[in-house]
Design a binder for this molecule. Structure first.
Ligand code: HPA
Length: 254
């Protein structure tokens, strides 16, 4: 089987400058329409798939993303691994704005999302193993890719997945901190669990775009988030490109 990493791109990343697109696939799935086309192409000569999680015009809010269709479409088009990029708020002391985190754990605070393929319509029912939600080998690929780009990352941490689209209250962040969360984002779940259900190794590169609610004086300013995104998205692209090359070299069995 040929290796084909798929990138699911979050806020601020709608395309990659070095992605050579061969085809834009409009994929229909039994779970409905994905967020947008699945772009089939090449990054540094590696066959990849690319999808913008919030759609090509960034119009789909986190709670309305059809996560099942997105993962289903990528699987259907031959994805062998999923590299996700997420913008997040920083909670932990080492998760300052502008830093990258490769989470190794997740806590789900979302509700009402279609969060499983085993919803009673499938013949079989499987309770997936989820002790370690992220694929460790793929996490190490992201960490190595960042190192090769000269970027230090926080190489473990707990991602708290909230419902959105509003940001959290100060008390909610305090509670998440007590729970052990290091970063907070709105799209980590159910994506990582659905990938596990479809047996797709999945890891995520999180970019801290703001200090979480109550972690700095004053309100969170969208303009500041935009500025961080503008500065750091080229680095996200660099790390993801390097990760795709590493996946193609290292992961012939998995
Ligand atoms: N909270 C939740 N999601 C986010 C944040 C945040 O502070 N920043 C970016 N995505």
């Amino acid at each position: 089987m040929s290796i084909k990493p798929a990138i699911i791109a979050g806020s601020g990343l709608l395309s990659m400058p070095n992605l050579v697109i061969d085809e834009a696939l409009l994929v229909n799935t039994q779970w409905g329409q994905p967020s947008g086309p699945v772009y089939k192409g090449r990054l540094q000569g590696v066959d990849v798939l690319f999808m913008a999680r919030h759609g090509d015009a960034h119009t789909i809010p986190p709670h309305k993303v059809n996560y099942r269709a997105n993962i289903g479409a990528l699987k259907k088009e031959g994805a062998t691994h999923v590299l996700a990029y997420n913008a997040v708020g920083g909670i932990g002391a080492d998760c300052e704005t502008g830093k990258f985190v490769v989470a190794d754990q997740i806590i789900d605070y979302t509700w009402g999302r279609e969060h499983t393929y085993y919803d009673g319509t499938e013949e079989d029912l499987e309770h997936i193993e989820f002790t370690s939600p992220y694929n460790e080998a793929l996490r190490q690929v992201l960490i190595s890719a960042a190192a090769s780009a000269g970027v230090t990352v926080v190489n473990q941490g707990v991602y708290g997945a909230t419902q959105g689209p509003r940001l959290e209250s100060g008390a909610e962040i305090k509670r998440m901190e007590r729970d052990g969360c290091d970063i907070v984002g709105m799209t980590g779940m159910p994506e990582v669990a659905l990938a596990r259900e479809k047996t797709l190794p999945y890891a995520s590169l999180s970019l801290v775009v703001n200090a979480a609610a109550g972690k700095t004086s004053g309100p969170i300013a969208m303009a500041d988030i935009e500025q961080i995104l503008a500065e750091r998205i080229p680095v996200v692209c660099d790390i993801l490109s390097r990760a795709c090359v590493l996946v193609s070299k290292q992961m012939h069995v998995n």
